[in-house]
Design a protein around this ligand. Structure first.
Ligand code: HMG
Length: 446
C-alpha cells in the first residue's frame, strides 16, 4: 500500500500585525509579560481591508499550485475547513476555486468541493476525508487540496482578544507524499461540550477556563484511544508533537500531561523517582480529590525536572515558532505547528526522514484527534520553499487605534468603515465588494 499524506504546504498570513506586549498590553493596562510568558503570543496577524478567508486561502493555494506546477485538472477535490464562513449554503471552496480559475488555465469543473466544520479540528478532518478518498481509490490519480482558513477574531474586551489571528494553510494530499505520510491509526476524544461556540454570530461565546479543561480532557482520551490501536508511546519515539495551538501557553499544559502519560511505567519514571517520587496511582487513594491533588503536585515537580525540560525544548518548543508571531488560526493552527517544527529541523540541518510526529488536533464543542505521521525523504526540499518568515516580517505593524478600526472593518455588524488599506496588494487575490445577490467578489491583482 503506497503511503498517503501531505505532499506540499503553503501558508498565507494576514498582512497586518498587532504587537501584543508592546501595543495591546499598554492599551489594556496589562503587564506585557502576560503575553510574553503566560499566553506566549508576541504578535497577532490580522487581515488587511481587502483580505478575508477566501483571499488568504486562495493565495496560499495559488502559491502551492504554482510551485508544484499543477493545473486545476490535477485536483479532484477541494475542501475548505473554516469556522469563519460567511454563507450558510455556498461553500467557501467554490469562491476559492473561482479565484484560482481566474489565474490558472483550466477549471475545477469535475472536482468535488465542500466545507468542513468542527471548530479547529475541521482542518484535520478535511485531511482525513482526502486520505479516505484516496485510499478508497476514488481519486482517479488526482490529489486533494485542503485549505484551512480563518479570521479568529473575538469581541473587543473579551479575554479571547489576546489570542486572535488570521491566516490560511493550503495542503496537497496525495499518494507517495513528499512531506509526511499519515498513519492509518487514529484516536478520538469527543463529547458534546459548551465551551466555545458561535451560534449564528460572528464572534465566539467562550468560557475560557472551561475551554482549557475540555481541551486537555478530550486530548487525553484521544491519546488513550490512539494507543489502543497503535502502540504504547514513549517520549523518545517522537521527533515532534505538534498540538493545536490556540496559544503556546495552552500547549505547555498539554505537553506536560502528555509527557506524564508517556513516561508512566518507563525508565524515565524510575529515574525521576528519587527526585520527585513516583506518579500517583488512583487505586492508592480513597478519594478522587486527594488523587487529583497528588497529580497536580507531581506535575508541578515534573515540569521542573531536567528530563522534562530537555524533552519540551526538543519536541515541543520548535512547534510554537510560527504561532508566537501569528496567534490562533483556528483550523490552521495545528498545521502551522507541524510546519514550524519541520522548519526548525531544516534550519538545524537535522536529518528527519523516517522520524515520527504525533499530531494532536482539537476543536471546541469538542473533539480531539491524534494520529502519527512519518517524515518523508524529500521533506526538507518542500520546507525550504516556504516564505512564511518573510511574510511575517513584511506585515504592517498596527497602532492600537488602527487595530480598533481594522477590527471594526471586519465586524459584520458595524458595516463599512471609512479607512484605506494599510498595504498594497500585488500578485494576489483581493476582495472587491458585493454583487447583486450579496455574494462576495474577488479579483486577481498583478
Ligand atoms: P486571560 O484572562 O486573558 O488570561 O484569559 P489569564 O489571566 O488567564 O492569563 C493567561 C496566562 O498568563 C496564565 O497562565 C497566567 O498565569 C499568565 P497559566 O496560569 O494558565 O499557566 N500570566 C502571566 N505570566 C507571567 N507574567 C505575567 C502574567 N499575567 C498572566 N505578568 C484565556 C486567557 C485563554 C482564557 C483567554 O485568552 C481566552 O478565553 N481565549 C479563548 C479561548 C481559548 O483559546 N481556549 C483554549 C482552549 S480551547 C481551543 O483551543 C479551541 C479554540 O481554538 C477554538 C476552536 O476550537 O474553534 C479556541
Amino acid at each position: 500500500m503506497n503511503p498517503v499524506g501531505i505532499d506540499a504546504v503553503e501558508i498565507w498570513t494576514g498582512k497586518l500585525e498587532l504587537d501584543l506586549p508592546g501595543t495591546l498590553a499598554p492599551a489594556k493596562d496589562e503587564d506585557p509579560d502576560k503575553y510574553r510568558k503566560g499566553i506566549g503570543i508576541e504578535r497577532s496577524s490580522f487581515p488587511d481591508l481587502y483580505e478575508d478567508i477566501v483571499t488568504m486561502g486562495a493565495n496560499a493555494a495559488k502559491r502551492l499550485m504554482d510551485r508544484k506546477d499543477l493545473t486545476p485538472e490535477d485536483i479532484g477535490r477541494i475542501d475548505v475547513a473554516t469556522e469563519s464562513a460567511f454563507d450558510n449554503s455556498k461553500p467557501v471552496s467554490t469562491y476559492v476555486a473561482g479565484c484560482l480559475e481566474q489565474y490558472f488555465d483550466g477549471e475545477f469543473r469535475h472536482a468535488n468541493k465542500g466545507e468542513r466544520k468542527f471548530a479547529c479540528v475541521a482542518g484535520t478532518q478535511s485531511i482525513d476525508d482526502a486520505y479516505n478518498w484516496i485510499r478508497a481509490g476514488r481519486n482517479r490519480g488526482r490529489a486533494a487540496l485542503v485549505i484551512a482558513t480563518d479570521t479568529a477574531l473575538y469581541a473587543r474586551g473579551d479575554p479571547g482578544e489576546s489570542t486572535q489571528g488570521a491566516g490560511a494553510v493550503a495542503m496537497l494530499i496525495d499518494e507517495d507524499p513528499d512531506l509526511v505520510a499519515i498513519s492509518n491509526e487514529q484516536g478520538y476524544g469527543s463529547m458534546d461540550e459548551t465551551d466555545f461556540l458561535k451560534p449564528n454570530q460572528q464572534f465566539p461565546s467562550v468560557d475560557g477556563q472551561r475551554s482549557m479543561q475540555v481541551y486537555l480532557s478530550r486530548m487525553r482520551e484521544a491519546v488513550e484511544d490512539f494507543e489502543s490501536v497503535a502502540w504504547d508511546m514513549h517520549p523518545d519515539d517522537l521527533a515532534y508533537v505538534p498540538f493545536h495551538t490556540p496559544f503556546p501557553g495552552m500547549v505547555r499544559k498539554a505537553a506536560l500531561l502528555g509527557y506524564r502519560h508517556m513516561s508512566r511505567d518507563t525508565e524515565i519514571e524510575d529515574a525521576l523517582a528519587d527526585e520527585i517520587g513516583r506518579q500517583p496511582r488512583e487505586d492508592a487513594f480513597d478519594a478522587r480529590e486527594d488523587y487529583e491533588d497528588a497529580i497536580r503536585d507531581y506535575m508541578d515537580d515534573l515540569k521542573q525536572t531536567d528530563q522534562y525540560r530537555a524533552w519540551y525544548d526538543d519536541a515541543i518548543e520548535p512547534t510554537l515558532g510560527i504561532s508566537r508571531h501569528v496567534g490562533n488560526w483556528y483550523t490552521g493552527s495545528v498545521h502551522i505547528a507541524r510546519i514550524a517544527a519541520l522548519q526548525s529541523a531544516a534550519e538545524a540541518g537535522r536529518d528527519l526522514a523516517g522520524e515520527k510526529l504525533l499530531v494532536g488536533s482539537y476543536g471546541s464543542g469538542a473533539q480531539a484527534e491524534i494520529h502519527a505521521e512519518t517524515v518523508q525523504p524529500n521533506w526538507d526540499h518542500e520546507i525550504d520553499q516556504l516564505n512564511i518568515d518573510a511574510q511575517i516580517d513584511g506585515r504592517y505593524d498596527l497602532s492600537h487605534d488602527e487595530y480598533e478600526l481594522v477590527h471594526d472593518s471586519h465586524n459584520y455588524e458595524k458595516g463599512s468603515v471609512d479607512i484605506d488599506p494599510f498595504t498594497e496588494p500585488s500578485d494576489e487575490f483581493v476582495f472587491t465588494g458585493w454583487g447583486r445577490m450579496n455574494e462576495r467578489q474577488y479579483e486577481y491583482i498583478e
